[in-house]
Design a protein around this ligand. Structure first.
Ligand code: BT5
Length: 324
């Protein structure tokens, strides 16, 4: 059933808005004309707008701003990432589900997506505000053949992938704040949380959590983050199709991930630097071992932040919150 649906959406996707005859659909799917009609009705119920014209067939006019597996897979350009999708309306945290799936052996590229997170997580057990219908809350399972200490590089890779996708889909140019924030006009619109399942010397899986504020209005954010948070729609002035952005994120991600696995972190680092805002500025790094103040010199070839303190000492920061 779901395999037929996937094939049907792929057909429409290939048709790029043109009509496909009912006859052709039934031949390719290997089902009756009545069954085709039923599948079309199901798509309509899910919010797709389809036109049916006698002798010409069916075409898709509009896809809904939904992010179920169907919408994400309709037009997806990747080979591996997002080819297995677990969609839920409501979850505690997509990270939690992805951890479980990864543990049970889910293949690389498996994506967990939800409309609403009741207990979305940031780093250090902070909460991530994830209301229904306006954002992208998703976790991607990767299985890179790298040692655990290199995993933070994937946070930076993710930030580049999301930034490129935002730029492609909205025309807006975001800033990356080391290590895991994407900002627009100084306010956070994306948070990234990279978690690991690993042996001592080998990663078993990396769970990349991505939270993107897409169509929120300012008043929809909790008061305590209204001065520091924003959404893409606020910045652009018009709503954005979430499924389209997810597809583009996965596409950019896959390209960068191939580069990373073939050539290492260096090409990613160069792209990252193109979006980085903290570099060259006086910042305070709040780490678990105390605060370090200094000028951000850049990141090392490993992705570690270098701060130069007033006395000239160089500090290597592996994990922190940065204040600009
Ligand atoms: C992060 O943490 O930025 C990582 C956020 C990752 C969220 C994704 S959503 C899908 C997946 N499933 C999860 O459960 N999590 C991941 P951190 O750097 O610690 O920032 C958290 C801080 O950002 C909070 O303490 C708030 O101050 C602020 N914040 C919370 N929700 C926000 C939002 N929606 N937009 C902007 N800022 C927010």
């Amino acid at each position: 059933q779901s395999e037929t649906r996937r094939k049907l959406l792929e057909l429409f996707s290939q048709a790029k808005g043109d009509f496909i005859s009912g006859q052709k659909i039934s031949e390719i799917l290997g089902c009756s004309r009545t069954a085709v009609w039923k599948h079309i009705e199901d798509l309509r119920k899910e919010g797709f707008e389809l036109e049916a014209v006698r002798r010409r067939g069916y075409r898709i006019i509009k896809t809904p701003d939904k992010i179920t597996a169907n919408e994400i897979q309709f037009g997806l350009k990747t080979e591996v990432l997002g080819r297995h999708i677990y969609f839920e309306e409501e979850v505690d945290s997509t990270q939690k589900i992805a951890h479980k799936l990864a543990y049970e052996g889910a293949p690389e590229g498996t994506l967990v997506v939800a409309e609403l997170q009741k207990a979305g997580r940031g780093r250090l057990n902070r909460t991530w505000f994830s209301p229904k219908g306006t954002g992208i809350w998703m976790s991607l399972i990767l299985r890179p053949p790298i040692p655990p200490q290199k995993a933070p590089q994937l946070t930076l890779l993710t930030a580049v992938a999301i930034s490129q996708a935002i730029q492609e889909v909205t025309g807006l140019v975001p800033d990356i704040k080391w290590p895991n924030d994407i900002l627009m006009n100084g306010k956070k619109c994306v948070g990234i949380l990279t978690e690991l399942q690993a042996e001592l010397d080998q990663v078993r899986s990396v769970i990349v959590g991505m939270g993107v504020n897409v169509n929120h209005q300012l008043s929809e954010f909790p008061e305590e983050i209204q001065s520091v948070a924003t959404s893409l729609a606020i910045e652009k002035g018009s709503p954005i199709k979430r499924a389209e952005l997810i597809q583009e994120i996965l596409f950019k991600f896959e390209t960068l991930y191939h580069q990373y696995l073939q050539h290492g972190f260096l090409p990613i680092k160069l792209l990252w630097e193109g979006y980085a805002i903290s570099i060259g500025r006086e910042v305070v790094a709040r780490t678990l071992h105390g605060n370090v103040k200094g000028k951000a010199l850049g990141i090392t070839d490993e992705g570690v932040l270098m701060l130069e303190a007033a006395d000239g000492t160089i500090h290597y920061i592996h994990s922190a919150d940065i204040e600009l």
